[in-house]
Design a protein around this ligand. Sequence first.
Ligand code: G3H
Ligand code: ZN
Length: 283
Amino acid sequence: MLVSGKELFQAAKQGGYAVGAFNVNNMEIVQAILEAAEEEKSPVFLQASQGAIKYAGIEYIVALARTAAEKAKVPVALNLDHGTSFTQVVQCIRHGFTAVMIDGSKYPFEENIAITQKVIEIAHPCGVSVEAELGKIGGTEDDITVSDAEAAFTDPQEAAEFVERTKVDALAIAIGTAHGVYKGEPKLDFARLEKIRNAVDIPLVLHGASGVPEDAIRKAVPLGICKINIDTELRQAFTKGVQQVVLNNPKEYDPRKLLGPAREEMKQVVKAKMRLFGCAGRA
Ligand code: G3H
Ligand code: ZN
């Protein structure tokens, strides 16, 4: 069933676990995530970035997510990932997204607050949850790139003021993760995470979680992380699945023979993440 992001956030916070949020671009990715969620009895966020919406078309993204959610017994929310404009948010809500992220992290503090408030004013009456970002998460996620020099950790005091003034449902924070493939091992600032958790009483979101060591994830979840975003590891699994077929049988030309194994590779990644995040068995 398709539910509001609010429902998943609240249950995760109460239960002390994090819900996996996986990026989708096509049918096989949606199917891999939902098969994993059903087998693991896990709630799940399907999320589409602006790049995914541009690639697949918003109607296809919503139809795929809706079909998958309606067939499923587990609760599913459809989230706009890193929305950067009010127009994009309105378009997603009108098409049936049940959660949105407004990423105003490139703006100064006051402007980030202003755009988040504006989004909440329209999203909340529609029953749609809102995630915002404070601090700047490094790396590249589709069309958004933040260089190492621009990346900035979230300030706990600013977080308290931001949450108080916006009444946002969830906050994405910068504590050392980055989008894309890591060059070295990421070092998370747990002391900062603890300070942020003590300063605000809402679910926190960890972006750029592909490649983050399992121990770091296990440490972050009890410190208030309620949603964990995974994109890169799904892309890698997809490509691995396709490459294996092509290498073993270069003459293969049936797309289903390429995409089926890719779907299976992604499903195994999603299942493992659900167990690691603690959302397995929560639906
Ligand atoms: O918003 C999406 C995520 O933060 C994904 O990050 O590609 O590093 O897994 P990732
Ligand atoms: Zn992200």
